[in-house]
Design a protein around this ligand. Structure first.
Ligand code: PRT
Ligand code: MG
Length: 219
């Protein structure tokens, strides 16, 4: 048998929304992902395997060809640079916004801005494009705390409902990008495995469309 196709999934909140789309496209893990400590899973299709990894590692696996396909947030792809990847499909799940935010009612000063974020590349590009001098401070989590503790004047973070910002006395400021989860494909795989990938991407696109129609009906 030929080498199996490997799909790299982001663990965490994206995973829960990805699995129903994969199932609708005919790909289901043969055992429960959440109840297992395994990281590599067989599926109902003999020639498709799943790996479940940190979201930030997904572009790396796909770029280097250790996975043929990946599922990752656009935020992760923008931060990574996503060189050597095709992005053929917007899965339209885990939608959110990448924004700047600061302490409510406290306008940013005119001097060099201190910005705390885990998205350092995105933040550097954004402030440079706006012509704002910024000192980027890398954090790994709880960005909302940084302005409260006067570690930073502003943060760059993901906003969905805005409740997390509000609960910490902060408000959203500028929109950097609308974010959703994307399907990415290794460039060599897209050429070499085209016969297998094309129908799979098509079934996923149909699953995305069916989900969208279902949401419109229930709205
Ligand atoms: O845990 P780990 O460090 O591995 O990664 P992670 O925490 O980034 O992963 P996870 O499971 O949270 O999933 C992150 C991915 O989901 C992101 O890459 C986005 O593409 C997508 N996503 C969608 C979100 C949100 N919505 C979201 N609301 N990721 C994070 N949040 C967090 C945000 O960081 C903030 O703390 O939720 C908070 C804001 O939510 P609201 O509703 O209070 O505004
Ligand atoms: Mg998390």
């Amino acid at each position: 048998m030929s080498k199996p196709l490997v799909i790299a999934l982001s663990k965490g909140r994206i995973l829960k929304e990805t699995l129903p789309l994969l199932a609708a496209a005919g790909i289901e893990p043969t055992e429960s992902l959440s109840e297992s400590r395994k990281l590599l899973f067989d599926t109902t299709l003999d020639d498709v395997k799943l790996i479940v990894i940190r979201a930030t590692d997904v572009p790396t696996y796909v770029q280097l060809g250790a996975a043929d396909i990946g599922v990752a947030g656009k935020d992760v792809l923008l931060e990574n640079g996503a060189k050597g990847l095709y992005e053929p499909l917007d899965l339209n799940i885990s939608r959110c916004r990448l924004m700047t935010a600061g302490v409510s009612g406290k306008a940013p000063g005119t001097s060099r801005r201190r910005v705390a974020t885990k998205f350092v590349h995105i933040a550097k590009r954004y402030y440079a494009s706006m012509g704002i001098q910024a000192e980027i401070i890398k954090l790994y989590g709880a960005m909302e705390l940084a302005p409260l503790m006067d570690l930073a004047d502003e943060i760059v973070d993901i906003v969905d409902t805005g409740n997390t910002l509000k609960a910490n006395g902060m408000e959203p400021r500028e929109l950097i990008a609308d974010i959703s989860t994307r399907l990415v494909v290794n460039k060599a795989s897209m050429t070499m495995q085209h016969q297998r990938l094309k129908p799979l991407i098509k079934r996923l696109a149909q699953a995305v469309e069916a989900r969208r129609e279902g949401q419109e009906e229930s709205a």
